[in-house]
Write a protein that binds this ligand. Structure first.
Ligand SMILES: *Cc1c(COP(=O)(O)O)cnc(C)c1O
Length: 378
């Protein structure tokens, strides 16, 4: 059999995002033993770089082995015991996934739904947390299913006012959107490598403050998942270096290199670039007569949902983008199935050149499917 024929794609979907050559090259470094002093140094550097990316001094800041959902499962399983009351903002698919994991862990789950395309209603959130004995409030920073940015500081305030921890999914925000773990007071947060960090999928950066660590240490039941038990994981990533599982060596190399790129650019510059590129995309769409699905003030710069024009088959347009231009975007799902395109501008994928390329390819693909541009302006 021949090597797999892998085409060159421009990845503008909800992840994975484009992986720079430097990151691919780092992955090709020799595999070391997972307790080799040289690899332990790589681990330490990776944790340092991660703390800088999260803007935290949290000791427990590690890449969990697994994709973003692994980070989610680690966060939920460690903070939740059977009967724990957790309030989950469900304003899209990933919020619902958190709720489902918590249910499986035996938690008493209260959801605060918001219509897809809208952020949470803060009053409804506070009502669900206030005086109910809720131990955890969970929310998604950028809901990749809808393209909504959920501001975190008001949620931190609500959670802490009522003695709850704030658990955050920052999968589509870390490295692309302003995120300040310590300044804002987020207690437990996870992300993933293949979105705004531009490493391949496979690791889930996670950070937990000392209050969370104490809460985990004080559990009356053992964490249901052995693999994601953060106390065990911190003895491997911490000073003790106790074997727990074999770290995915090459993925750690890739993450380290991806984080080096983030820090060469600088977090603030990176956030500004994502905002500027997204604004260019939104302007270009509106000039063409297309409509972003989410109201401007709630849009995330890393993931844009575009309303599929009347009479256009969204799947046919996406197939053309892939076949004729080698560009990947995604469709909607759940309530947004067939109603939106989802376009990710993440990390290395967030440049003005890519936006112009994408707008041209989208216009041609829509035209080929019978749509005529600029109808809104007419
Ligand atoms: C992609 C994504 C996940 C899940 O990550 P996987 O790597 O697919 O497991 C979780 N939350 C959000 C917001 C995501 O965009």
């Amino acid at each position: 059999m021949n090597p797999a024929p892998v085409p060159e794609r421009l990845l503008l979907g909800p992840g994975p995002s484009p992986v720079p050559q430097r990151v691919l090259q780092a992955m090709a470094s020799p595999v070391l033993g997972h307790l080799d002093p040289a690899f332990l140094a790589v681990m330490d550097e990776t944790m340092t770089l991660l703390r800088q990316a999260f803007l935290t001094v949290n000791n427990l800041t590690i890449p969990v082995s697994g994709t973003g959902s692994g980070g989610m499962e680690a966060a939920v399983m460690n903070l939740v015991e059977p009967g724990t009351r957790i309030v989950v903002v469900t304003a899209g698919y990933f919020g619902e996934r958190i709720a489902e994991m918590a249910r499986r862990a035996g938690a008493e789950v209260v959801t605060v739904p918001a219509p897809w395309g809208h952020p949470a209603d803060l009053k409804a959130v506070e009502d669900a947390v206030r005086g109910t004995g809720a131990r955890v409030l969970a929310a998604v920073h950028v809901e990749t299913s809808t393209g909504v940015l959920q501001p975190l500081p008001p949620l931190v305030e609500i959670a802490h006012r009522h003695g709850a921890f704030l658990l955050v999914d920052a999968v589509t925000s870390l490295g692309g959107v302003e995120l300040r773990v310590d300044d804002w007071g987020v207690d437990l947060l996870y992300s993933a490598t293949q979105k705004c960090l531009n490493a391949p999928p496979g690791l889930a950066p996670l950070t937990a403050n000392d209050r969370v660590r104490e809460a985990i240490a004080g559990r009356t039941t053992r964490v249901l998942s052995w693999y994601f038990d953060l106390s065990l994981l911190s003895t491997y990533w911490g000073a003790e270096r106790v074997y727990h599982h074999t770290a995915p060596i090459s993925s750690v190399y890739a993450l380290r290199e991806a984080l080096r790129i983030v820090h060469e650019e600088g977090l603030e510059a990176r956030w500004a670039r994502h905002r500027a590129t997204a604004a260019m995309l939104w302007d270009g769409l509106e000039e063409m007569g297309l409509t972003p699905f989410v109201a401007q003030e709630h849009r995330a710069p890393t993931l844009t949902t575009i309303t599929v024009p009347e009479g256009v088959d969204d799947g046919a347009v996406r197939r053309r983008l892939l076949q004729d231009y080698s560009i990947e975007i995604a469709g909607g799902f759940g309530p947004l199935k067939g109603r939106v395109f989802r376009v990710g501008l993440m990390g290395a994928g967030s440049t003005s050149r890519i936006v112009l390329t994408f707008l041209g390819a989208l216009r041609e693909s829509l035209r080929a499917e019978g749509w005529r541009p600029g109808r809104r302006a007419a």
